[in-house]
Design a binder for this molecule. Structure first.
Ligand code: GLP
Length: 248
């Protein structure tokens, strides 16, 4: 696993967006069978500088998303796609509507699905059908969770419903008008789903993530800090800012 330390979140965004651009360009250089590039994506504040830079690259015509398929990590249960606090809304507002991605190539779990199990099983099937994920970009919770794989999640878990911890609800309430609006459950890809991708890139920024970063890379693999599973991945990279290294 590689650890790349940058001065601030903007530099992290620049670096990670360059990695994504390079992977997409290299992929299409050597590809003749028409299979698209498959990109896993997160929400949260950490990836915002990356999305901003990728949009700028697209505007400068340095990169195209025409043959890119995306799978988002997670979605809150009970929120319609149009709901301003849903991850659907977040992704379209902050990224997809600014680039040339095809609507049918965007995959986000349906948090309003009546049959959660079916929705999650279908999502796993869609990922398989797309040929697996080439690069999964992720963030990290202050408790070391990846996607919504809360502490104690199985490290071989697949896409499923998870109950959010009180800590996560409190931390994520900053995106809502008040804490009572935060859904208590979410659909999320599993740690195993993320580990199956060909490459994993995690963004970790800010002092509040310092303990989680330490637990993720300097202690053993643990289901209490689910991001630590990436120690077992053959091609993983963490890109962090200086503040996030405070406990290393
Ligand atoms: C949520 C998301 C995670 C994200 C985490 C950190 O819990 N489900 O995918 O990594 O928040 O978010 P932020 O980047 O805003 O700190």
């Amino acid at each position: 696993m590689r650890l790349i330390i940058k001065n601030n979140s903007s530099e992290v965004g620049e670096y990670v967006s360059q990695v994504i651009k390079k992977r997409i360009l290299d992929y299409f250089k050597n590809r003749t069978d028409g299979r698209p590039f498959v990109l896993g994506l997160p929400t949260g504040s950490s990836p915002l500088p990356v999305y901003k830079k990728l949009i700028e690259m697209y505007q400068r015509k340095e990169i195209s998303f025409e043959n890119v398929v995306t799978f988002n990590m997670d979605e809150y249960c009970g929120l319609e796609a149009e709901h301003p606090f849903s991850y659907h809304y977040f992704m379209w507002e902050n990224f997809f509507k600014h680039i040339n991605i095809k609507k049918e190539n965007v995959h986000i779990l349906d948090g309003t699905a009546k049959d959660h199990e079916k929705e999650c099983a279908q999502y796993e099937e869609e990922i398989q059908k797309a040929g697996g994920i080439d690069l999964f970009l992720g963030g990290m919770g202050v408790d070391g969770h990846i996607a919504f794989n809360e502490p104690c999640s199985s490290l071989s878990s697949r896409t499923r419903i998870k109950t959010l911890t009180r800590d996560t609800i409190i931390v994520n309430s900053r995106f809502f008008d008040n804490i009572n609006q935060v859904p208590t459950r979410a659909l999320t890809v599993g740690v195993g789903t993320i580990m199956d991708s060909r490459e994993v890139v995690l963004i970790v920024t800010g002092h509040s993530k310092a303990l989680a970063l330490y637990k993720t890379i300097e202690e053993g693999v643990s289901h209490m800090w689910t991001a630590s599973a990436i120690q077992m991945h053959k091609k993983a990279m963490i890109v962090c800012d200086d503040d996030a290294t405070d406990e290393l």
